[in-house]
Design a protein around this ligand. Structure first.
Ligand code: NOJ
Length: 450
């Protein structure tokens, strides 16, 4: 493990991008305000038992009304980049059709405020909040998805493309297709391969198409898309465990990037891939899965240790939990492993087509204690220091890392965990909306100032 070294942002060079991240569904609130249409998360959260304690995303951090103060905080902490997402149903309440002028105005205001403060607005087009109207017509499983997404992206880039040059097309496609369409833990709560496989293919097509639309309409655009990723480690060196690890690597790491790079879907011997091809057979324009991204965003929270398990259909693998392996974990139960963070960066950097890597999210949930107005979240500081140390090593070893964005600016709506899981550098009191910078936020300020 890494020592607590005296890290400085300047060690990474002047061009390195330091950012902090939020997402519309997790931060904005104002679910029924400003002409916004409902998203799949509004509907999903209303269903009993889906979100811890029945928490709702309706108000969240009220970023919709407080963006000016929140952006001042981003500035005060010393970040250069503010990554945020656009809520599709705020722009197009029905997902397609009529544009909502109030939604357009809101994002113009956020972007203008960023620019005035000297922050780079870094826009994610899709961070999991599909308009409910589209889900009612099949959502990501529908063959119309590409058409709907095209329209949405065109509206956004034509409106904001003069001011916004940095774009991330999709946030973690593996995240929303698997959690939302395979195991039903996230919105829209669908399950099974017959939902997952078409959702995967439509997301693969959308990420490339989104890139092309931005390239066409935005001069000087810097275009990326973000992937969740995890180093996959076989539990033992047995042939069966290693083969199981290879299957999970395809699923968690390779499924979305390889088609984007023009390599097609991974064609290794894996039943799931055969099924994906079967689902795909009738679909056209496979060459359109490829787009020449300027950078890729990587989001790594934990490694996955895998062992063979004949009982699990198709995948035939299960993970061996960090707890069972007696490894240190965050309060999410996710293994803290900066070496594995390094390894996964190395794995993605090895693709020929990857030009630049931005760590587009990185952070941790620990149970914070607010004592006399102070949150001393030393564990989070340690976490960031260890991960930044690994990142510096990656940079020294000439891996093309160009930025690091902390997840997240402030405690927010953590999907099915509700407001329980707190990843913020800033604490939010969800009754009063009072913001309190945590020790980790102060640590970042000092680190970035050096
Ligand atoms: C990845 C997702 O993009 C983000 O929305 C989420 O809150 C974090 N991981 C933490 O789970």
């Amino acid at each position: 493990m890494f020592n607590q070294l005296n890290l400085k942002a300047s060690d990474f060079g002047n061009d390195f991008l330091w950012g902090v991240v939020t997402a519309a569904a997790q931060n904005e609130g104002a679910a029924k305000i400003g002409g916004r249409g409902p998203s799949i998360w509004d509907e999903f959260a209303r269903k009993v038992g889906k979100i811890k304690s029945g928490h709702q995303p309706t108000v969240a951090c009220d970023f919709y009304h407080r963006y000016k103060d929140d952006l001042l905080l981003v500035k005060a902490l010393g970040f250069r980049v503010f990554r945020f997402s656009i809520s599709w149903s705020r722009i197009l309440p029905e997902g397609t059709g009529k544009v909502n002028p109030e939604g357009i105005l809101f994002y113009h205001q956020v972007i203008d405020e960023c620019l005035q403060l000297g922050l780079i607005p870094f826009v994610t087009l899709y961070h999991w909040d599909l308009p409910l109207a589209l889900e009612k017509q099949g959502g990501w499983t529908s063959t119309h998805m590409l058409k709907w997404f095209t329209r949405y992206v065109q509206v956004c880039v034509k409106e904001f493309g003069d001011k916004v040059k940095h774009w991330i097309v999709l946030n973690e496609p593996m995240g929303f297709t698997s959690l939302g369409y395979m195991i039903g833990k996230h919105a829209p709560g669908k399950i099974g391969l017959s939902n997952f496989l078409p959702a995967v293919h439509n997301a693969v097509m959308a990420q490339a198409e989104g890139g092309r639309i931005i390239r066409t309409h935005v001069s000087g655009a810097v275009i990326g898309t973000s992937f969740s990723c995890s180093e996959i480690i076989p539990f033992t060196q047995s042939e069966k465990d290693r083969a199981a690890a290879k299957r999970i690597d395809i699923l968690l790491n390779r499924l979305f990037i390889e088609p984007a790079l023009g390599l097609g879907y991974p064609s290794d011997d894996f039943l799931l891939m055969d099924k994906l091809y079967l689902h795909n057979k009738a679909w056209k324009y496979k060459e359109r899965m490829h787009f020449d991204f300027d950078f890729i965003g990587l989001q790594n929270y934990f490694p996955v240790v895998v062992k063979y398990n004949a009982m699990i259909p198709i995948i035939q693998a299960t993970d061996v939990s960090a707890k069972r392996r007696k490894q240190p974990v965050t309060d999410m139960g996710w293994e803290i492993n900066p070496n594995s963070f390094y390894n996964i960066i190395e794995q993605f950097a090895a693709y020929k087509g990857v030009k630049k890597i931005i760590i587009s999210e990185s952070g941790a949930y620990f149970k914070d204690k607010l004592v006399a107005g102070v949150i001393n979240d030393q564990q989070r500081i340690d976490y960031y220091q260890q991960f930044l140390q690994a990142l510096l090593k990656a940079q020294k070893n000439k891996l093309p890392v160009a930025g690091y964005f902390a997840w997240t600016l402030m405690d927010n709506f953590e999907w099915s965990e509700g407001y329980h899981a707190k990843f913020g550098l800033v604490h939010v009191d969800f009754t009063t909306q009072l913001r309190t910078v945590k020790a980790s936020g102060h640590w970042f300020r000092q680190f970035l100032a050096q």
